[in-house]
Write a protein that binds this ligand. Structure first.
Ligand code: PEP
Ligand code: MN
Length: 373
């Protein structure tokens, strides 16, 4: 059971102390408090754990400062959307960029950092097209131990410095080990925090529970967690819940295709029809990764790349974030060159995204008008 308190409830106030005393008296019930400090309001939620079946919604509703009581019916207790009109806000802001189930942010960038020059060319192009987010892989989990593993901490100083120079506010960056978070924090501090980082949990680590717990304990960086490519959706959503239950609610869930021959000739079976499903089951913003789903620059007879087609499918279904590979010189990229879009394709890509987003907005407007009648 979750008690949603009145906005800006004072944690030192008299009402709060009365509430605490009442909660302490409930037999077999423990509670955990979560505070979300926003720019305008602070939201407080109290999670009751234990024999909550014995409590009634009415009984809890009358306690001081309680605005709403939500009985948790789904397995994703923190991130899930529960019954009884659970319309709790799900968005968060990070380094001046808002992420929610109603926003759309594009993270176009390098799969892997392979030189200072390609980082600079990429960021220059992003700035020229009004973009403030990107993806840059420094730690690459590779199938072959002989493949390029990423430059790791050594590239962070120039990646962050260039991000500051070109007005990039958030970089999605995969981490595969606890120590990478410390390296990222230290590198950001060393160059005066010119940008922000969204930590990425890759599909190979979706169920690396110790990594999830560690990343969930820190609340400085938001997290983008990829769906596991060979597990059920339920298992992947539970993995996201690990982050949240440790305290970090700034979580984005990313669809990136599933491993199955049914997806051939794409690298993975594209699963973007699950965008609205994840938005219904949880309060997380939902990302799509067309590059790792499709894996090629194949073009349909209508002239559009398969990557453009799947992006449009995800966006017209309400996707909130697009993680997409670009490279100034894909033929010489050290990782995933065959799926990278060219810098000359950035403008057409963004224009195509805008068409799909407009379509989504018109569709939801129509649906609202229909249900209002
Ligand atoms: C990536 O985004 O660089 C990546 C390796 O993706 P995934 O974990 O989905 O394979
Ligand atoms: Mn890649």
């Amino acid at each position: 059971m979750i008690l949603v308190l009145e906005p800006n409830t004072d944690p030192q106030g008299a009402d709060w102390r009365i509430l605490e005393r009442q909660l302490a008296r409930l037999p077999g019930i423990q509670y955990r408090v979560h505070r979300e400090v926003g720019s305008e309001v602070t939201l407080t939620e109290v999670y009751l754990i234990g024999n909550t079946a014995a409590l009634t919604v009415e009984q809890m509703q009358v306690l001081p400062t309680v605005a709403k009581v939500v009985r948790v019916s789904e397995p994703y207790r923190v991130l899930g959307r529960h019954k009884q009109g659970d319309d709790r806000a799900s968005s968060f802001e990070y380094n001046g960029v808002r992420f929610g189930q109603d926003t759309l942010n594009v993270f176009a960038g390098l799969c892997a950092v392979d030189s200072r020059e390609s980082v600079e060319e990429m960021m220059q192009a992003l700035q020229a097209h009004g973009q403030t987010c990107t993806r840059m892989g420094a730690y690459k989990p590779r199938t072959s131990p002989y493949a390029f593993q990423g430059f790791g901490a050594s590239c962070l100083p120039y990646v962050f410095e260039l991000a500051g120079k070109y007005g990039i506010r958030v970089i999605a960056m995969e981490i595969t080990h606890e120590s990478h978070v410390d390296e990222i924090r230290a590198a950001l501090q060393a160059c005066g925090n010119p940008t922000g980082v969204m930590l990425q949990i890759g599909t190979r680590n979706t169920q690396n529970f110790e990594l999830l717990k560690m990343v969930g304990k820190q609340q400085e960086f938001p997290v983008l967690i990829k769906r596991g490519f060979g597990i059920t959706l339920d298992e992947s959503l539970n993995a996201a819940e690990y982050l949240a239950t440790e305290g970090n609610r700034k979580v984005v869930f990313c669809l990136r295709g599933m491993k199955t021959n049914m997806g051939d000739p794409h690298r993975n079976f594209v699963d973007f029809s699950h965008v609205p499903v994840v938005k219904r089951l949880t309060r997380m913003p939902v990302a799509i990764d067309p590059s790792h789903s499709v894996g090629t620059r194949a073009r349909a007879p209508d002239g559009l790349l398969d990557i453009f087609h799947v992006v449009a499918q995800g966006v017209i279904a309400g996707a909130n974030l697009i993680l997409v590979d670009f490279h100034p010189d894909p033929a010489h990229a050290l990782v995933d060159g065959p799926q990278a879009l060219l810098l000359s394709e950035l403008r057409p890509f963004l224009d195509d995204v805008a068409i799909a987003r407009d379509g989504y907005e018109r569709r939801t407007k129509l649906a609202r008008e229909q249900t209002a009648h």
